[in-house]
Design a protein around this ligand. Structure first.
Ligand code: ADP
Length: 306
């Protein structure tokens, strides 16, 4: 096999109570990538359509992630990577993670799959290190594994896949203002009170249980974040109003997607998700902020060959 085209999905990380350890994979939003072998012993980003991003391999997360893979393998094989970018960088739905995950997935396939998915996550994390200064896995893990991923430990890396209740739908609003992950990380306080930690791990444990038991009510009650959201939400226009609106319309939960500015509403069933999407559309339309709105089911496959 010389060439491969893949779909590299968007992801929603943190999911309120799971800061840096939880994420899930979307179905209807993602990039496409074309990866082919070259005879030049080097990684080239040959073309990027849709967004203005660096073509230098060491400045593009796709190049950095593939280099990490090749270094581990001790291989000089060169690759040309073309990115059809549909996820806007700095959106909070894993734009950088999609490129890192898609690139290492495709290169691994073209090389005859020398690495397993956990290895691929660790290579893709090097792309995240470039993008945000932090090698977090809560976007790249669900992008590679699909579904919900829980990062139990970073050292050593241990990632668990959690079940996906079939009626879950995700509505994502992306106000078109850019918040760099680096900036939104820098405003987070480094210390957490015991009281807040207790409520956070109570909620995260309950959320995991709710996914296993398909308990949508418990899932909704668990989607809370008393640690990061109160600080970060001030960067997102109309955050509290949106929360009230979607909860009035019956969404299970609402919070910041990744580091923002995107926000997510998790809903049960298509009808409720459509309603929540329409209400957000109506509310945001007269706010003089350009935005994108997505409705997606949870993608259980992750990156896939097209
Ligand atoms: P997101 O949360 O949407 O991934 P980040 O702020 O984490 O956004 O990452 C975007 C940053 O990564 C930008 O500074 C962008 O220039 C850089 N970057 C480098 N390569 C890529 C790529 N292939 N796709 C997206 N962003 C990239």
């Amino acid at each position: 096999m010389e060439e491969l085209k893949v779909f590299a999905p968007a992801t929603v990380a943190n999911l309120s109570c799971g800061f840096d350890v939880l994420g899930c994979c979307l179905d209807s939003v993602g990039d496409e990538m074309l990866v082919r072998r070259n005879d030049l012993d080097q990684i080239r980003i040959t073309r990027i359509t849709g967004q203005d991003l660096p073509l230098e391999a060491d400045k593009n997360v796709a190049g950095v992630a593939v280099n990490a893979l090749l270094q581990k393998l001790g291989s000089n094989q060169g690759f040309d990577i073309e990115i059809i970018k549909k996820i806007k960088p700095g959106s909070g739905i894993g734009s950088s993670a999609a490129s890192s995950a898609g690139a290492v997935f495709a290169v691994n396939k073209l090389l005859g799959e020398p690495f397993d998915k956990l290895d691929l996550i660790s290579f893709a994390m090097q792309g995240e290190l470039l993008a945000s200064g932090n090698a977090h896995a809560d976007n790249v893990a669900p992008a590679i594994l699909g579904g919900f991923s829980l990062v139990r430990s970073y050292c050593p890396l241990e990632v668990l896949s959690l079940p996906v209740p079939s009626e879950l739908r995700m509505v994502v609003l992306h106000p078109l203002i850019e918040i760099k992950t680096k900036d939104s990380r820098s405003i987070i306080r480094q210390n957490v009170s015991l009281q807040k930690a207790i409520s956070q791990w109570g909620n995260l444990g309950a959320l995991v249980s709710a996914l296993y038991t398909e308990d949508y009510g418990l899932l909704g009650r668990s989607l809370k974040d008393e640690i990061v959201e109160p600080v970060r939400s001030i960067l997102i226009p109309y955050f509290q109003e949106l929360r009230e609106l979607v909860s009035e319309k019956g969404a299970l939960g609402f919070g910041i997607s990744g580091s923002g500015p995107s926000v997510y509403a998790l809903c049960k069933g298509d009808a409720n998700a459509e309603l929540v999407k329409e209400e957000i559309q109506r509310f945001y339309s007269d706010k003089n902020i350009a935005f994108e709105l997505h409705l997606s089911s949870i993608n259980e496959k992750g990156v896939k060959v097209l």
